[in-house]
Design a protein around this ligand. Structure first.
Ligand code: ADP
Length: 445
C-alpha cells in the first residue's frame, strides 16, 4: 500500500519533470544549450546523485560529456578523461538504440568498472538520444547509496527524457539550419546587389562617356557646317547660271540636313547626360502652331498636300525653340509620310488643365508592330514606303515633350493615316505675365 502510494507520487513527479523539461527545452534555439538544461531536470526527477549528457562523436567514435551534475572537480576530470567508445556495452547498446540499467557487480565489458567503483555507484542507466536516424548523444544517470532505485523504471524514464530531448535537439538544429540558410541568402543578396551596383556604375560611366563623345563630336561638326552654310550663302549672291544654282541648292539642302542631324544628336547627348536644359518662357501654343504650319507650307505645296490648322490660344510655360521642334517634327513627318494630294490637319485646344495638339495626316499609317518602338532612337519602319531620315525625330519629340511634363501618343490606320497627339500642362493663368498672352488666352479658361 505504502509502496504503491510512493510509486504514484514518483510517477506524478516524473510526469511533472518530463513536462517541465519539455517546456524548458522548447524555448531553446541552440543545440549546445540542451545538455545543461537537461541534467538538472533529470537529476531532480530521478532523485539520482549523478546525471550527465554525453555527446556521441561519430567522427572520433567515442562519447564525451557535454554536461553533468553531482561530481567533485576530481571526479569530473576523471570522467572527462574516459571518452569511452563502442567497445563498451553501455555505448554499443545505446548506439543500437537500447536503454539499459547496470548494477554491481559491473562487467568491465559494459561500463568502466574502476570509475564506477571509485564513485561507489549502485546503478547506472543510459538511454540514447536519437535525432532522425543518427545518435546525437546519451542520457546517463547513476545512483549512489541512499538514492531511489533506478532498477524498476530507470530505463523507461530515461527513454522518455531521451525522446523529448531528441525532439528539442531536432528543433534547435532546424532553427540553426534555417538561420544559416537565411544568412547565406542575405549574403548572396548583398553580394549580388554589390555586383549590380558595380555594373550600374560601369554602365553609367560608359553612358556618360558616350554622351560626352556625342556632345563633343556634334559640337565639332556644327562649327564647320555653319561656316559652310555661310559661304554657300555668299556664293549664292554671286553671278551663276541656272545649272550652277541648282547644284548650289543641293549643296545647301544637304548641309542644312547635316546641320539639323548634328543638332538632333547634340540634343540626344544632352538628354542622356541629364543636361537637357529648357529655356522656359511664357508662350502661346496657338502661335507656335501657326508658325510651324506656315514654315511647313512650302513642303506641303510641293506635294500638293492640303495643310490646314485650327488652334485655340493655350498659355504654356515652355521652351519655344524646343516646342517648335516638336511641332516641326510631327508636321514634317505627316507631310513626308503622306502621298501627294493628301491632307494634313493640325489642331490645338485646351481641356482639363492641359493643352492638346494633334497632327493628323491621311498618309501611309504605321503598322501595329512598329507602334511600340516608334519613339525609340534610330527606329524606323522598314518597307517600301520608307523615306529618308535618321529615325531620331520622334525620339527627340518625345524627349522634349517628357521634359515639359507632357505626353505623346498615336493612333494610326495602315493606308488611311496617322494622328499624333501631344498634351502639355497649361500654365497657371495667375503666373502668366500680363500682356504677353493677352485677354484672348484668359478667356479660354
Ligand atoms: P525619320 O522620319 O527620320 O525616319 P522619326 O523618328 O521621325 O524618324 O520617325 C520614325 C519612323 O516613324 C519613320 O521612319 C516612319 O516610318 C514612322 N513615322 C513617323 N511619323 C509618321 C507618320 N506621320 N506616318 C507614317 N509613319 C510615320
Amino acid at each position: 500500500m505504502f509502496d504503491a502510494a510512493q510509486g504514484i507520487v514518483r510517477a506524478e513527479r516524473v510526469a511533472a519533470a518530463l513536462l517541465e523539461v519539455s517546456e524548458r527545452l522548447s524555448t531553446l534555439t541552440e543545440p549546445d544549450d540542451v545538455p545543461q538544461t537537461l541534467v538538472a531536470a533529470i537529476r531532480s526527477a530521478t532523485g539520482a546523485s549523478l546525471a550527465g549528457v554525453a555527446r556521441w562523436s561519430a567522427e572520433g567514435q567515442h562519447v564525451w560529456f557535454a554536461a553533468f551534475e553531482g561530481l567533485t572537480p576530481d571526479e569530473q576530470d576523471a570522467l572527462l578523461a574516459l571518452e569511452p567508445g563502442p567497445e563498451l556495452g553501455i555505448v554499443q547498446g545505446g548506439l543500437e538504440g537500447r536503454s539499459a540499467v547496470f548494477v554491481p557487480p559491473f562487467d568491465p565489458d559494459d561500463i568502466p568498472v574502476a570509475f564506477a567503483e571509485a564513485l561507489r555507484i549502485t546503478a547506472i542507466a543510459g538511454a540514447p538520444i536519437v535525432v532522425g536516424e543518427r545518435v546525437w548523444g546519451f542520457l546517463v544517470v547513476a545512483t549512489r547509496d541512499g538514492d531511489p532505485s533506478l532498477v524498476e523504471n530507470g530505463a523507461e524514464l530515461l527513454r522518455g527524457f531521451a525522446t523529448i530531448t531528441a525532439t528539442a535537439v531536432g528543433r534547435t538544429e532546424a532553427i540553426g539550419e534555417l538561420e544559416r540558410s537565411h544568412e547565406a541568402l542575405e549574403a548572396a543578396v548583398a553580394e549580388r546587389t554589390f555586383e549590380l551596383t558595380q555594373v550600374v556604375e560601369e554602365l553609367s560611366r560608359a553612358n556618360r562617356a558616350k554622351a560626352e563623345f556625342l556632345a563633343s563630336v556634334s559640337h565639332e561638326l556644327r562649327t564647320p557646317l555653319t561656316s559652310i552654310l555661310g559661304f554657300i550663302e555668299l556664293i549664292g549672291e554671286t553671278e551663276m547660271d541656272e545649272e550652277q544654282r541648282s547644284y548650289l541648292e543641293v549643296v545647301e539642302r544637304n548641309a542644312n540636313r547635316l546641320l539639323s542631324l548634328v543638332s538632333d544628336l547634340l540634343l540626344v547627348a544632352e538628354a542622356d547626360d541629364g543636361r537637357l536644359r529648357l529655356d522656359r518662357r511664357d508662350l502661346d501654343l496657338a502661335t507656335l502652331v501657326r508658325d510651324s504650319v506656315e514654315s511647313a507650307r512650302a513642303a506641303a505645296e510641293r506635294k500638293e498636300i492640303t495643310l490646314t490648322s485650327s488652334a485655340e490660344p493655350a498659355p504654356l510655360l515652355g521652351d519655344p525653340l524646343r516646342l517648335a521642334q516638336v511641332l516641326d517634327n510631327l508636321i514634317s513627318n505627316a507631310i513626308k509620310y503622306t502621298p501627294d494630294r493628301g491632307r494634313v490637319v493640325v489642331t490645338a485646344w485646351t481641356h482639363d488643365d492641359r493643352a492638346w495638339v494633334e497632327v493628323t495626316d491621311s498618309g501611309i499609317g504605321i503598322p501595329v508592330a512598329d507602334r511600340q518602338q516608334i519613339f525609340e532612337r534610330f527606329y524606323r519602319v522598314r518597307g517600301k514606303n520608307a523615306a529618308s531620315g535618321a529615325g531620331l525625330g520622334l525620339a527627340i519629340t518625345k524627349t522634349i515633350v517628357d521634359a515639359h511634363g507632357g505626353t505623346i501618343s498615336l493612333e494610326s490606320e495602315l493606308g488611311a493615316g496617322t494622328s499624333f497627339r501631344v498634351s502639355l500642362p497649361l500654365q497657371e493663368l495667375e503666373a502668366v505675365a500680363p500682356g504677353i498672352l493677352g485677354v484672348e488666352a484668359a478667356s479660354t479658361r
